[in-house]
Structure formats: structure tokens, C-alpha cells
Unconditional design. Structure first.
Length: 310
């Protein structure tokens, strides 16, 4: 098994002018991105309006494997998939409470995969995979009700006005990447086919379903950002990383672990995640690996990109 040092290496993935030509029918506009390696420092434009929040550490708020962070109504909700809990902090980082419903009874789970917040109902929805069910709680963890799901293993959830949108397990649904779960009809769901073939193990490090102005969806080994249009996945735009694009000949094929790492050490961009909008601009992250090495060690990097949508 190959190991990686996983040293954060920030890459300036700089902007790039919005596409001015109209896209062909069924295609998406292409934005060209320049990838420049930077030895130190963060992308200033990304963090200009940000501030660090140091989370208070107590015996109840200790975190090990953070899987999701949600900022809502002046509270920071942080899920930990190792401890199967959600810790809640205020925006100054003070610990407020945690939600951990481990057990075998109603409203309890053995394992927790993800969670979302329904702002209209002020409800926190936990997806449990042991057994498969959705647990509906108040934002302080008070149990309301649960919905058992048919055999359905999901990897990630996002919330829209009408649906819970889930990324499917490819082992269970190899031909369908997303599912739509309607509010009030959670005992069933609609599986959405994806037009392009899906290579095995396409999950990315980072959030692939992100809701801002729209629900934006990304897929590993694919530089396209998709949107949900009704019950269809449609391309929104594509990012061209030039020579850093993942080789087309290696897409849609089953790669061994060794083949995958051999491609990563060449510095290819293999993942686009966390795509959000702020009315004018689009933000996101790209991931790859650089600094070729004849050993199993390497540098995993994550670079920010910004697309001006004027």
C-alpha cells in the first residue's frame, strides 16, 4: 500500500476570464486555468475575507476525523465520522453541544455517514448506514422521527428546497451516480443516470455536492462542474487545466492503485471539489500530486481557483 506524506502544498490556480463565446447545444463553456506552483503561502484572494476560528477543545468536543462543516444561524456544525458525532460551536469557536446518538433504538445509529440542515424546519437530518435510515432531529439533537430507507448506501448528502440529493454507492448502483429523495417520501428515491461512463472509485477528497445559489456537483477525473436541472444532471462549465489535465486515455478505465499513484506524481489535476458561488464569482478547489519521486512518498496539493463570471 502506497503512503503519502499529505503535506499541504498550496498551488495558485489563478483566474481566468469568463467564456465569452456561446456554448454549443449540450456542451458547457470552457474556462482555461493556469496552474502555478507556489512554495509557500495561501491564495490571498480566497482568504481575503476569511478569519480563522479556533474551536474550543473539551472532552465532549474532541475531534478526530472531520468530514463536514456547516455554518448556519450563527453556529458551526462539525461532523466527525470516527467518533460518529456532530459538535456545535459558536462563531467564536466556543463549544456549545454535541449530538451523538449511538445505539440500536429509534433515533439511534451504529454508524453516521453525513448530515444536512433543513433551515425552514430548523431540522438536522442525519444519514445513518447501520442501518440505512434518515434521523430527523432538532438542531440540538432532540429526536423527532426517522425514515427507514431501502438498501441504499450513500456517500454524501446535500439539501435543496425539494430534495435531499445523495451520491450513491457505486458498488450498489454502478450505473446511477445520484439519487433524489423527496421530502415526505423518504422510503423511496429516484436514481439519476449520468450520461458519461463512471470509472470505479470516483469519490473525491472534499465535497462533491455543494449548495449555494444552485446545487453544484463534481466528479473525480472530470473537470466539468454540473448542476441539477429538475431530475437531470447537466453540465454547467468545464475547466481546462492545460497540461495538468488528467490524461483522457486513462479516464473511464479501472486503474490499479499503482497506476493511479504513477499518474498523480506527474502533477495532474484529478479532482475538483467544493464549488460555490457568490453571485458574481465561482470558487472551488482542485487536487493533485506533484514533485515526482522514485519512492512512495510525494506531496499532495490542493489549489484554489476563482472564475470571474462576468
Amino acid at each position: 500500500m502506497y503512503k503519502s506524506s499529505f503535506i499541504c502544498f498550496w498551488v495558485s490556480v489563478l483566474w481566468i476570464a469568463g467564456c465569452t463565446s456561446s456554448a454549443e447545444s449540450g456542451s458547457a463553456p470552457v474556462f482555461t486555468v493556469t496552474v502555478r506552483e507556489a512554495n509557500t503561502g495561501l491564495c490571498d484572494s480566497l482568504w481575503r475575507y476569511s478569519k480563522p476560528v479556533f474551536l474550543e477543545t473539551t472532552s465532549e468536543s474532541a475531534l478526530s476525523m472531520i468530514s463536514k462543516v456547516v455554518l448556519w444561524n450563527g453556529r458551526i456544525f462539525v461532523s466527525d465520522n470516527r467518533y460518529d458525532k456532530i459538535c456545535v460551536f459558536d462563531t467564536a469557536g466556543k463549544f456549545l453541544w454535541n449530538i451523538r446518538r449511538v445505539g440500536r433504538g429509534p433515533g439511534e445509529y451504529i454508524g453516521m455517514t453525513d448530515f444536512v440542515i433543513d433551515p425552514d424546519r430548523e431540522e438536522l437530518i442525519i444519514y445513518a448506514d447501520k442501518p440505512y435510515k434518515l434521523i430527523h432531529c432538532g438542531v440540538q439533537g432532540d429526536f423527532r422521527y426517522e425514515s427507514r430507507l431501502p438498501d441504499a448506501l450513500f456517500k454524501e448528502l446535500a439539501f435543496t428546497e425539494k430534495y435531499l440529493v445523495a451520491i450513491n454507492s457505486q458498488q450498489m448502483f454502478p450505473a446511477d451516480y445520484l439519487s433524489l429523495i423527496e421530502r415526505g417520501r423518504e422510503d423511496g428515491f429516484v436514481k439519476i443516470p449520468f450520461e458519461r461512463p463512471i470509472p470505479f472509485n470516483t469519490y473525491s477528497i472534499g465535497r462533491q455536492l455543494v449548495v449555494s445559489d444552485h446545487l453544484n456537483f463534481t466528479c473525480r477525473y472530470d473537470n466539468t462542474v454540473y448542476r441539477l436541472d429538475g431530475k437531470k444532471i447537466v453540465p454547467w462549465f468545464q475547466i481546462d487545466f492545460g497540461e495538468k489535465n488528467f490524461p483522457a486515455s486513462r479516464l473511464n478505465v479501472q486503474l490499479t492503485q499503482e497506476e493511479f499513484w504513477d499518474l498523480l506524481v506527474k502533477g495532474y489535476v484529478y479532482s475538483v471539489t467544493n464549488v460555490t458561488e457568490d453571485g458574481k464569482d465561482v470558487w472551488g478547489f482542485s487536487s493533485g500530486k506533484c514533485l515526482p519521486s522514485n519512492t512512495s512518498e510525494g506531496i499532495l496539493w490542493s489549489g484554489s481557483f476563482r472564475l470571474y463570471s462576468n
